[in-house]
Design a protein around this ligand. Sequence first.
Ligand code: SHN
Ligand code: NAI
Length: 218
Amino acid sequence: MVKRYPVYLDLSRRTVLVVGGGNVASRKVPALLESGAIVTVVSPSLTPDLLELARSGRIRWVRRRYIAGDERRFSLVLALTEHPDVNTGISARSNGFVNQATPSAGNPVALPFVQDHSPLLVSVGSEPPDPLLVRETGEFLGMKLREAGIPEYAREHALLRQILLDSGWARPDIRKVLETFSLEWALRSAGREDRLVQYRERLGEIVYRKLEDSLFTP
Ligand SMILES: C[C@@]1(CC(=O)O)c2cc3[nH]c(cc4nc(cc5[nH]c(cc(n2)[C@H]1CCC(=O)O)[C@@](C)(CC(=O)O)[C@@H]5CCC(=O)O)C(CC(=O)O)=C4CCC(=O)O)c(CCC(=O)O)c3CC(=O)O
Ligand SMILES: NC(=O)C1=CN([C@@H]2O[C@H](COP(=O)(O)OP(=O)(O)OC[C@H]3O[C@@H](n4cnc5c(N)ncnc54)[C@H](O)[C@@H]3O)[C@@H](O)[C@H]2O)C=CC1
């Protein structure tokens, strides 16, 4: 079995074609819009949610069935009709990547389960694809991350990193600080504050001094 290649796409200002305007499209289109995509839906009908998006101009609706060639010039195509032959036909004709909603061994793009714990994105996929398994596993992981306070840790981590980048620090120094920060966090959450002092001395003394200098010197 060929292993899949996981990827995060920046879809801002990219054109995305969605063929079929049913329940699956209703679930996937909002995430595409949040990613900044310019979405066109080709479908004879739309769900009420999609109709609302079309009326308010957030998606373009082409009110007809798919015609061979529609997929040309789009960065990404989602083939979400209830007809497996229509969906696989779109994949076969496209030069790019097509996500198919209907069961198919050769689905070129499988969308993962996603939970937003900004700045962390928890995503889970499986090979072969198994939507219920990835959903269960993703929800379990999300719960464990919240229990362990990882999203808060991640926000502090990201903030510290940004401050150091903005202060013009070199990457190797930033790495040292962040490693020390993560170690501190691990020790604190393991209730080992006693070890913190030692570790700060061993790993962070110089880096901390430099950090204080750059943050507190006018
Ligand atoms: C291959 C893949 C292709 C793709 O769509 O990208 C695919 C395919 C199929 N899904 C089916 C069913 C359902 N899928 C969901 C939900 C999700 N499905 C997602 C991914 C994927 N689904 C890709 C695999 C990823 C992987 O496993 O690695 C998630 C993770 C992401 C997303 O789609 O946004 C999203 C999580 C929801 C969340 O975020 O909560 C629900 C609803 C639910 O779980 O509540 C149902 C039950 C609906 C019902 O029962 O009606 C069927 C059977 C259809 C049939 O039998 O006709 C097929 C076809 C098949 O299995 O071949
Ligand atoms: N990937 C996933 O997460 C899931 C996949 N599925 C699969 O996806 C398929 C679609 O599911 P739903 O969205 O619930 O179905 P649905 O019946 O709600 O929507 C299908 C849409 O496709 C449109 N359509 C049909 N033929 C078309 C054509 N030739 N050109 C353009 N548009 C066309 C219909 O007008 C309708 O808007 C299901 O048949 C099922 O096999 C189902 C549940 C979840």
